[in-house]
Design a protein around this ligand. Structure first.
Ligand code: SF4
Length: 457
């Protein structure tokens, strides 16, 4: 979500006449778009601002802006700690980026809106100009905010209540993306599978007799039917809201990729209740297994927090058990990080011992790595369709592509392959986090076929 906002801020500034600088040193304006999910982001921001203070002393015309959810949360505090910051704006007025930076030429500006305006869908990042890194792949924000209240999470406080973008606007946007050559779309929301519940609520308030249900499966079906969209992804669904209709759409819409990111957070019912997650470990596993049964060749990833206040060794062992049973293809694992303003930050008397937490984190890493390595090794000998991303970051002789299940595949080729090219690769090797293989053939998306030759390796 944050990266998507960054693309939009860059797009707005470009539309206002700015040009992307090669590096920070040569920039006239620097925008730091922040995320406040973890404490580390605070430290990074103030570290960067410390460095930029000297740059600004040498070049007083340099403009520095701080945006994003940390700005939303800290507001005036940012200028109190770093008076050389010219502009502070939050998550609900990204669309004003260029205007605010323009105003700050005269005097510093801090503009934080309390919440997104429900009927102003122009403030959705997807409705703004964009500067995309990859021409073939796009994010679409279908919903902002969150109606849940997970004890560890600052998102509802900074992003507000759930607001869904109307389906007709999203379909127009997806059709425009497809027409511009985008073949892969990722639908974004804090809680994507509750998409549309607020829209239904509004209709009921207006007297319509509609069922109060999410519209996410309908959205998947409609965007998946747009010609040119070959891959459709979404993140993140909430386990408690994962409905059979969504799983049905995953099985029935060819464009929807066989990948489900389903955040577990903890395998202990006691910890899940303290987190206010709204499901038990058993319920989570039932939903996961139902998805695996229905969607052939489904890859599953997750988020897990280690060391939530009050987590005992027994609680953690339950997390290990669930992780082993879930056989995750990959996982984002985090050490609990208290965020001021959240319920969990107040549970100081129940914080876990850091040494124990680090030990648990390592044990969880081993379990997840075991299942992801096994899942990858099972791909050896298979033929995978990948979308080329570009040169491998670790070995410039290799190209990297991504499968429908979101697996990274490295392969050698002497051909220059444009990012977004579809290719077929025979998998020959597997690690815990990637596959390696031999290129079989290249299949360019339709609109490029006239321009580049389709060649076998
Ligand atoms: Fe945060 Fe929970 Fe909402 Fe996710 S579902 S954004 S973790 S409050």
């Amino acid at each position: 979500m944050n990266e998507h906002d960054t693309e939009r801020i860059a797009g707005l500034l470009e539309a206002d006449g700015m040009v992307l600088a090669d590096d920070m040193e040569s920039a006239d304006t620097i925008v730091l778009n922040t995320c406040c999910i973890r404490e580390n982001a605070d430290n990074k921001l103030y570290g960067q601002l410390g460095h930029l203070k000297q740059v600004k002393q040498a070049r007083p015309d340099l403009q520095i802006a701080v945006a994003g959810c940390l700005a939303q949360k800290d507001r005036d505090l940012i200028r109190e700690r770093a008076a050389h910051v010219d502009v502070v704006f939050g998550t609900h007025n990204v669309h004003r980026a260029a205007e605010l930076i323009g105003l700050a030429v005269y005097s510093p500006v801090v503009e934080i809106l309390e919440q997104a305006v429900e009927d102003d869908h122009n403030s959705f990042p997807s409705a703004l100009p964009v500067r995309r890194e990859a021409p073939y792949a796009a994010w679409m924000t279908i919903q902002v905010g969150c109606d849940n209240s997970c004890a560890f999470c600052i998102v509802p406080a900074v992003r507000g209540a759930e607001i869904s973008q109307p389906i007709s606007k999203l379909l127009d946007e997806a059709a425009q993306l497809a027409a511009s050559g985008v073949t892969e779309i990722t639908l974004l929301g804090q809680n994507v599978n509750s998409y549309g519940r607020d829209l239904q609520r509004q209709r009921r308030q207006n007297g319509d007799k509609v069922a109060l249900r999410p519209l996410f499966d309908e959205l998947l079906r409609k965007i998946g039917a747009i010609e040119g969209i070959k891959r459709l992804r979404f993140t993140s669904p909430h386990p408690k809201d994962l409905r059979p209709e969504t799983i049905d759409a995953m099985t029935q819409v060819p464009a929807v990729c066989e990948h489900l990111h389903l955040p577990l957070q903890s395998g202990s019912d006691k910890v899940l209740a303290a987190m206010h997650r709204g499901y038990t470990a058993e319920r989570y596993l039932e939903r996961l297994q139902a998805a695996r049964r229905a969607v052939e060749d489904l890859a599953v990833s997750t988020d897990i927090i280690v060391g939530f206040p009050g987590e005992t060794e027994k609680d953690f062992e339950q997390t290990l058990q669930v992780a082993a049973e879930a056989r995750y293809d990959s996982a984002f694992t985090f050490v609990f990080s208290p965020r001021s303003g959240t319920e969990a930050a107040e549970m100081v008397d129940r914080y876990c011992c850091p040494a124990e937490v680090n030990d648990r984190f390592e044990r969880l890493r081993v379990v997840v790595e075991h299942s992801s390595r096994q899942a990858n090794q099972a791909r050896i000998g298979m033929r995978e369709e990948v979308v080329v991303e570009g040169k491998s970051k670790k070995n410039a002789d290799l190209q990297t592509g991504r499968t429908r299940q979101n697996r990274l595949v490295h392969f050698a080729t002497s051909q220059h392959l444009r990012p977004g090219t579809f290719a077929t690769v025979d998998v020959t090797e597997a690690g815990a986090h990637h596959l390696k293989g031999d290129l079989v053939e290249v299949t360019a998306p339709a609109r490029w076929r006239a321009k580049i030759p389709v060649a076998a390796s």
